[in-house]
Design a protein around this ligand. Sequence first.
Ligand code: C5P
Length: 231
Amino acid sequence: APVVAIVVAAGSGSRLGGEHPKALREVAGVPLVARSVHQLAAGGVGVCIVVVAAGTEDAFEAALGDAPVPCAIVAGGAERQHSVANGLALLDLHGGLAGAEVVLVHDAARAFVPPDVVVRVIAAVRAGADAVVPALPVADTIREVTDDGPSALVDRSSLRAVQTPQGFARAVLLDAHEALEESGTLVTDDAAAAEYLGHEVTLVAGAREAFKVTDPFDLVIAEALVARGQL
Ligand code: C5P
């Protein structure tokens, strides 16, 4: 059975500005969502379920016209978690995907994730991990702030920044999202969803290139690196 990736692209992208969904923004003429699907496919993903804002389906269909793997497009929800849940619902619906044992969840905005990160995530799930996230050490020194009290230094050596794609045994991800929906709990990523059911989260090495294109500064960096052949 193919490895399935749910690619979430239903965010507004308000920090980037512009009227179009962020995942449709182009870097060197290629939409971010198309770059994400291309990188995932190069790392071993066989099918993508792309979750987009309602009403933008046609534009995404066009942006993914040349995708190297089959892509299904489905409307997302108000929060990222709901968007993932909508993607999972499609996974359940599609007979052909019912056999998928490894399911990844990827932010479309991490459009330059190197294939070897994807390979590491899939391999760790195949090796028996319930939930796998790519992560990097934190470069900045971090201070924790409160509204009134003094700020506090956090031990940076114990911190990791988490990226996507995150990988899961299919049943783990399905059960976790079901449990969150039943209890009305919101989490910010899918590893936290798995953790909610008590599953351990396994870390593999992430990559700088898997940065999330969030604001105009990131687009400038992306354009420059692509122009230099480094992405
Ligand atoms: O807002 P943030 O950058 O954390 O969003 C991460 C990813 O989740 C983005 O790719 C965004 O498109 C997606 N998202 C979504 N549905 C939402 C909110 C965010 O698919 N309701």
